[in-house]
Design a protein around this ligand. Sequence first.
Ligand code: ATP
Ligand code: SF4
Ligand code: MG
Length: 318
Amino acid sequence: MPILKAEGLSVDYFTQRGRLHAVSDVSFSLEEGESLGIVGESGSGKTTLATALLKLLPMNAEVVSGRVEIQGMDVLSMDEESLNKSLRWRVVSYVPQASQNALDPLYRIDDQFVETVHAHVDMPREEILHKAMELLLRVGVEPSKLRSYPWELSGGQKQRVMIALSLILKPKIVILDEPTTALDTIIQAQILELFRELKEYERLTAIFISHDISVISNVANRVGVMYAGRLVELGSSESVFYTPLHPYTQGLLKSVPDLRSDTPYSYIPGSPPDLVSPPSGCPFHPRCPLAMEICKKINPALEAYDGEHLVACHAVKR
Ligand SMILES: Nc1ncnc2c1ncn2[C@@H]1O[C@H](COP(=O)(O)OP(=O)(O)OP(=O)(O)O)[C@@H](O)[C@H]1O
Ligand code: SF4
Ligand SMILES: [Mg+2]
């Protein structure tokens, strides 16, 4: 049985220009111990998807359709109290995008660890601080920083404190939104190694969201590619990275600069569509080098190409 399942999830925002379709008909499931990487350009709906999974959407958002199941719980029908008591932090924790700003500037880091734990379980302060120190060491932050205020830490240290905080209650699932953007490459590698170990030895399930494909390729065993609020390709990391099927995924991979090669790197022409009035048919058609007549009329469904490798594209022969 999957530990997390999203089925036909669609989310709109109410904006001054009308409804903005941020996430459209997204379905996927994760087994315990799997790690899913979600990639896509800015504005493709990654953060909206993550916050919808935990019912943390802002006030102007509406889940138009779909269902989210985590460890058998029907998340979208739960009220705030039961979400906080039975789901958030204990079963799933979330490291939000720009998480370094999520720490409260008025409280020391040790108090923030204690507050967070006490909001969910009873545990002596000493035990919490002991666990916090262990976790800080694992994310490469000097444990003495527990006595600091957030404004005494660098952006990267704050981001790593948030990652440590997300692990304090030993959740089964962690959702990390752009977890390594404020980190240099050496610290980034250390964090990615930590998650590899947690996956291997503690069967942690993780969703990594990043616009940086190299981060995802280092840590995820499955990859989902989002475009204009839709999952357009989903499969094992090997299949998506070595045999990308969707023209958008192919374009994304070609746009990764290779420092050791002279080949000029390419980019995807055009810009992502306006999600208030997205293009008809396949939303990628105005930018797609393979677009055909049918692409302007019919939005292709995400369907199996080869076993677990799914793609939404009329040009892919099955
Ligand atoms: N609170 C909001 N109100 C209205 N529109 C929003 C809101 N939050 C996001 N959007 C819009 O929803 C779409 C998806 O945004 P989202 O933040 O999910 O994208 P993203 O893939 O996480 O982008 P990034 O890589 O820049 O973080 C975008 O068009 C964005 O402008
Ligand atoms: S469905 Fe058509 S427009 Fe869309 S990605 Fe495939 S070929 Fe391109
Ligand atoms: Mg985002």
